[in-house]
Design a protein around this ligand. Structure first.
Ligand code: USQ
Length: 406
């Protein structure tokens, strides 16, 4: 297949690019490199040393003989260029990762909120409009988030996108409908992914676009089979307070003897998936495309659930790290249950990598190896959901005063 990977330079985009190229597909990355610019804005860098995208593609070619084509393009701002590229290249599939993906970054200041909404919603809508206008029949696979469902305890499993509901009709009888599971985003970033769902629903229904939306949990790990093949193919690994996600942060904190930063009581339960399983799920979703006229296909892309406190205890037991219970900068339920259905990927053949198998390797192979690159002052999470919460986040776990950067 000819596959366009929008956002193919990012944390999930890059290993997906390599995985699909390795399977023999013709792969094109479209990316505006915004994630690299944001590192510069925040004054942080990936734990792992990353080469330029052009250099990464060159190394892949040297290693495998396969070509990855890179196109510098801003989906949210360059609509006409996007349309011309699609019309000329006519990909069979498009994988859309090209969105600002950090919840704390999206809540940093009003400017970051505006940027996240403008970027994410325009990117998705530009893509959908261009697909219709060019008349291409590509299967669109979008990386969404489990976070669209929200994290309140409902005492029932979260289904894969659709919820059957009984409504009372005018004559008093019951009619059953399947509706999109009600969204309850917990950040501006998660809100943009909820908006994406409505855009997809409309374009699938109105124009027959074939769309799969993957509601992914929190990704952990760094390496995939392909990124291991050469030191310069390594994936990025974010550890800072804005882009680092919880488990990867705990791993590097343990590696530098920094107390594990649990927000609040750590009773927040979340869904997790290893990066290797994430790229495999994308391969499986690509091979199982909906037909024209079908509703949007939604998968829950996660393999296990854990609460933050249990994760911290697991990492502490493995490494001897201390745990710090900190004021939570986020407005979120302090404790929640989470039961998620993921039968569709399991039925398609996914065999998940569990935390129990992979965690220790990750600490030794990545976190300790690159620990010398960590700037301790960038570890605390300082982006607060409200001013009031921000005023409570004033000291880091080592007792130093925190200065918020905007
Ligand atoms: N947390 C801590 N300590 C930390 C960092 C986070 O206790 O040092 C807590 C947070 O308060 C939150 C939970 O851990 O309760 C998860 O935070 P996270 O930063 O790991 O994940 P999140 O902000 O939800 O976002 C990440 C990705 C996002 C993706 C989402 C999947 O950045 O792109 O959509 O995970 S999900 O969470 O399933 O919606």
């Amino acid at each position: 297949m000819k596959i366009a990977i929008l956002g193919g330079d990012g944390f999930v985009g890059w290993p997906t690019t390599l995985h699909l190229s390795d399977l023999g597909h013709e792969v094109h990355i479209l990316d505006n490199l915004s994630r690299r610019w944001i590192d510069t804005e925040l004054g942080v860098q990936s734990l792992t040393p990353m080469d330029s995208i052009q250099e990464r593609c060159r190394i892949w070619h040297e290693e495998t003989g396969r070509r990855i084509h890179f196109h510098l393009l801003d989906l949210a701002k360059e609509y006409e260029r996007l349309k011309s590229w699609l019309a000329e290249t006519r990909p069979d599939a498009i994988i859309h990762f090209a969105e600002q993906r950090a919840a704390p970054y999206s809540m940093k200041t009003d400017r970051h909120k505006v940027y996240t909404v403008d970027n994410n919603v325009s990117a998705t809508h530009n893509l959908l409009a261009a697909m219709v206008e060019t008349g291409i029949d590509a299967h669109l696979v979008h990386l969404g988030t489990m976070g669209v469902y929200g994290y309140s305890s409902v005492g029932a499993a979260i289904p894969e996108g659709y919820l059957p509901v009984d409504v009372e009709t005018l004559d008093g009888s019951k009619a059953t409908q399947e509706i999109l599971y009600p969204t309850r985003p917990g950040s501006v970033y998660h809100m943009t992914k909820s908006l994406d769902q409505i855009l997809f629903q409309f374009y699938a229904q109105n124009d027959g676009l074939r769309i799969t939306d993957l509601h992914q949990g929190i990704v952990w790990g760094t390496h995939t089979d392909q990124t291991r093949r050469h030191a310069q193919l390594i994936n990025r690994f974010d550890y800072d307070g804005d882009y680092g996600t919880v488990l990867n942060r705990f791993l590097i904190q343990a590696a530098i003897d920094y107390p594990l930063t649990v927000h609040g009581t750590g009773g927040q339960t979340r869904a997790f998936i290893h990066i290797q399983d994430s790229v495999r799920c994308i391969e499986l979703a690509l091979a199982d495309a909906p037909s024209r006229g079908d509703r949007v296909r939604i998968f829950n892309q996660m393999t296990e659930t854990h609460c933050v406190r249990d994760l911290a205890e697991m990492v502490a037991k493995m490494t001897g790290a201390k745990i710090a219970y900190l004021p939570n900068p986020r407005k979120e339920a302090p404790e929640n249950d989470l039961v998620v259905r993921n039968d569709q990927f399991l039925a398609l053949g996914l065999r998940p990598i569990t935390l129990a198998e992979g965690l220790l390797d990750e600490v030794v192979e990545v976190a300790r190896k690159y620990a010398y690159r960590i700037d301790r002052s960038r570890v605390p999470a300082v982006s607060a959901w409200t001013r009031e919460l921000g005023s409570k986040v004033d000291h880091d776990p080592e007792g130093k005063a925190i200065r918020s950067v905007s």
